[in-house]
Design a protein around this ligand. Sequence first.
Ligand code: 5AD
Ligand code: SF4
Length: 476
Amino acid sequence: MNTLRNHADKEPDTRMTGEPSNPGATRKLFIRTYGCQMNVYDSRRMADALAAAGYEPTERPEEADCIILNTCHIREKAAEKVYSELGRVRALQTARRHEGKDMLVAVAGCVAQAEGEEMVRRAPVVDLVVGPQSYHHLPKLVAQAMAARATPRGRAGIVATDFPAESKFDHLPEETAAAGASAFLTVQEGCDKFCTFCVVPYTRGAEYSRPAGDILAEAQRLVAAGAKEIMLLGQNVNAYHGEGVRGGEWNLARLIRGLAEIDGLQRIRYTTSHPRDMNDDLIEAHGDVPQLMPYLHLPLQSGSDRILKAMNRKHTGGDYRRIIEQLRTARPDIAMASDFIVGFPGETDADFQETMRLVQDVNYAQAYAFKYSARPGTPAATAEDRVSEEAKAERLAALQALLAEQQAAFNGRFLGRTLPVLFDRLGRHPGQHAGRSPWMHAVHAVGPEAWRNQTVDVTITAAGPHGLTGDAREAA
Ligand code: 5AD
Ligand code: SF4
């Protein structure tokens, strides 16, 4: 599972990529993206697929001929939140009707996959429900749904949630949007691990790795279009085992070494990983591939072996400690990030204290902690020894306080240091740029327009709990 933008309780990302660049476009498309980076990547590919069918992106939902909600199922009440969002979409659709215009409504992503037919039944506004493995069929599905809207019945209610035998990656068009300085690239999808709390194996399906040649070609195109950093994405990205360039199989370490040969690609990252797949090759790559950034999101979930077993994580706290030790030997400055769940069924205070101990020992740069919440259809959802809401809240507060303390201390250590920052966005204030340090800090600094999409050495003049402020004038 992913971090950074992976949490559905964050603001949805409504950005569309690239300038409207399709002169033949006649219809407008609005995509609202929830959840992980994988969804952000998928939204771009959906926009690419529909560009060929005459749709151009808009940032204004009220002027959209087609609206897609690209949903996330990882948080509690995910489906309920989508249904209430659909209420708002319905109001937009009605307003457009009063202007004599129409709006097609599609729901994509993991809630679409999980709800399927139920969504068409419960939400009459929905024309099309499309699961993550069927996006290559979007132009056809949208055309069918559009045609149905022109008939007296008015609505097709199409549900495309099968896991097709062919891979969507072989059928989606090449990306058309210009890459920013930092680009996402999905290399692997799905999960075979079946952690007992998690919906991903059900919503994204079985593990699939794209062929290395396709990934290298896509990376080359992204770099040619301006990307300086590529974030490799996958629900279990370090389980990557794709067809190699000259036959055989490549693992993630081999793929990273292949990507490191691309001229102009300054930074490589990957997310998110499972401790079980943190093999020696990959650890070694952290030591000797300079483009591989010194930051790793490696979810632990719990520090208690009993709970890890109940979660079906297939590793112990001791295994995790050894991996961190090896990583730090290979790359002493590597910053660690993680995810934790508190209050998993059966978790005692003693189990929770083991989590706290492990967090203290690892010392994280950044981490997310969540209260366990049952996901319908997952094995843990039917467990009986529930932890009380009160205990969950207490444990969450204690863990979050410790993690916040660690993050602030980690940030503080960078005060006065000069760091290369890749500025890929503008900040909120005039002349301000925003970017990332190699260790994934958010860094803000005021500088000339020419910094946009460049890596600039800046000296850190302030360190807050969530990010750093820099000043280039003081950089040596
Ligand atoms: N309850 C609470 N947190 C969960 N996560 C996944 N499933 C659940 C659940 N049922 C958390 C995990 C994962 C992160 C993306 O979301 O910590 O790593
Ligand atoms: Fe979910 Fe576990 Fe697979 Fe991650 S490894 S996607 S938590 S089942």
